[in-house]
Design a binder for this molecule. Structure first.
Ligand code: GSH
Length: 221
């Protein structure tokens, strides 16, 4: 049985849980990180010296980095379900997966940390404005692709949609300027109809303040 270490309100943990449910792989989960702590303990640091969640263990494989975990699970279980067999689709799924991590995630993280995760007096408005512009630019690029394709891999759902869908859910819950992106929103409607997405991501309420964040974290574990 796979074990996942990580709190449910972490977007990076959510990607892994969503992938496991899409693949129909049973798992157990331990609450680590945030209010639960444990991620600076020696046992945890032996698994991930970065002290961050998620971490998974699958037999003799113990690993960290959410996108790499999603790729590992997709390669190991139910071949072709999340990792396209066809080489062009695989190329696109991999491309958009890296793009999510490098072009979109830093902007969302900056907005999130300067709104939900900080007290009003500690927020950096300039950093939020710069991140809003970066997110808008990135989403316009995604919108161009999704104008011509149903999914990030092309015609089939893949791990590219998982990493992007998890982060877009967080972004859509943030109080910030958002671009007009009709094709991204059509794609996101299709994502939200997926049962595993609803179970693992939509079921965890999104916080607007630091106080709400702490409460939701404790309640949803
Ligand atoms: N690049 C890493 C980032 C992991 C990360 O930043 N995890 C955050 C939660 S999203 C964390 O562990 N924060 C410390 C904590 O929860 O205590 C990944 O994708 O797995």
């Amino acid at each position: 049985m796979i074990t996942v270490w990580g709190r449910r309100n972490s977007v990076n943990v959510q990607k892994v849980l969503w992938a496991l449910e899409e693949l129909d792989v049973p798992y157990t989960r331990e609450n680590v990180g945030g209010h639960f702590g444990g991620n600076r303990d020696a046992d945890f640091l032996a698994m991930n010296p970065m002290g961050l969640v998620p971490v998974i263990r699958d037999g003799d494989v113990t690993m960290f980095e959410s996108n790499a975990i999603v790729r590992y699970l997709a390669a190991r279980f139910r071949s072709g379900v999340l990792r396209p067999d066809e080489h062009r689709s695989l190329a696109m799924a991999e491309q958009w997966m890296d793009w999510q991590q490098l072009a979109f995630a830093p902007a969302v993280t900056a907005i999130f940390m300067n709104t939900v995760r900080s007290l009003p007096e500690n927020r950096n408005a300039q950093a939020v404005a710069a991140a809003e512009a970066q997110a808008t630019q990135a989403l316009k690029v995604a919108d161009g692709w999704l104008a011509r394709h149903d999914w990030f891999a092309g015609s089939t759902f893949s791990f590219g949609d998982i990493v992007m869908g998890a982060l877009l859910w967080r972004y859509m819950g943030l109080d910030c300027g958002k671009p007009d992106m009709p094709h991204v929103m059509d794609w996101f409607d299709a994502v939200q109809r997926r049962e595993p997405f609803r179970n693992t991501i939509m079921s965890v309420p999104r916080a607007r303040t630091l106080e709400e964040w702490g409460r939701i974290e404790r309640e949803t574990g």
